[in-house]
Write a protein that binds this ligand. Structure first.
Ligand code: ZN
Length: 243
């Protein structure tokens, strides 16, 4: 079984289309999406349509929740808030209905996977895993070998041994029986690790490998669309910088 895992597409259709093109070559058995399909970018409805066509499992993200009025956006920064308000005006009732029924988390029992947008611990609080302590605490909130997450837009593989020792891996790891893993697959539409290229992950169950992949896309086209939509310069600039 090979899985492609995508997250944080953020209405960036140009980035998502390139990732989907790459996935045609990867030909995974299943595509998993960890949420934040919308928010920030210019093509919310189109990205939802593509996800519905391609993903086998989809988890809700905080921007998806916010765009249908289910999450308080007072804690969002003003740029994110403006973009969510713009997104709310763009989404059709059909797309809103789709976002509304997405779960906070799920598991794939046969392959020992747990999927969540933010954190295994109280996903609806939309906290982040930034530190080793955050990671160690969150390993207690799922039982599976691997948990895939998104939310921070920074790809990373966190590996924990039986005695709680943590190893941080950036790109590629062998999955073994002696460890458990929290894997952040990075962001398709708004990477924040200093690399503007779209990120996604490939998990190969039989080979016991996981790999974070990157692919460049025409972010200038996304920027033009954002400008036309009246989305803030701050959000337009950051996708070129990967931050
Ligand atoms: Zn996000």
């Amino acid at each position: 079984m090979r899985y492609a895992i995508v997250s944080d597409i953020h209405s960036n259709l140009e980035a998502f289309n390139i990732v989907l093109f790459e996935l045609e070559g990867e030909s995974p058995d299943q595509v998993l999406c960890l949420g934040d399909i919308v928010g920030y970018g210019p093509d919310p409805n189109e990205c939802i349509t593509k996800i519905r066509e391609t993903a086998n499992i989809v988890i809700v993200g905080n921007h998806d929740h916010a765009a249908i009025g289910l999450t308080d956006i007072s804690y969002f920064n003003p740029y994110a808030r403006d973009a969510i308000e713009w997104t709310m005006g763009e989404l059709s009732e059909k797309e809103k209905g789709y976002l509304k029924q997405l779960p906070f988390n799920t598991e794939i029992t046969k392959d020992d996977l747990f999927l969540v947008h933010s954190t295994p611990k109280r996903p609806q609080n939309w906290n982040y895993i930034f530190t080793v302590e955050d990671a160690i605490e969150n390993f207690r909130y799922f039982t599976q070998r691997i948990c895939f997450i998104g939310h921070s837009h920074v790809p990373v593989i966190i590996k924990m041994d039986n005695s709680g020792g943590i190893e941080i891996i950036s790109e590629e790891a062998i999955i073994d029986e002696e460890h458990r893993y929290i894997i952040n697959v990075g962001s398709v539409g708004q990477p924040r690790d200093g690399n503007a290229d779209a990120a996604y992950a490939i998990f190969d169950k039989e080979r016991s490998t996981v790999k974070i992949k990157r692919v460049s896309y025409n972010y200038k086209k996304t920027q033009e669309k954002m400008k036309k939509a009246g989305i803030s310069d701050y959000l337009i600039d950051r996708i070129a910088l990967g931050r």
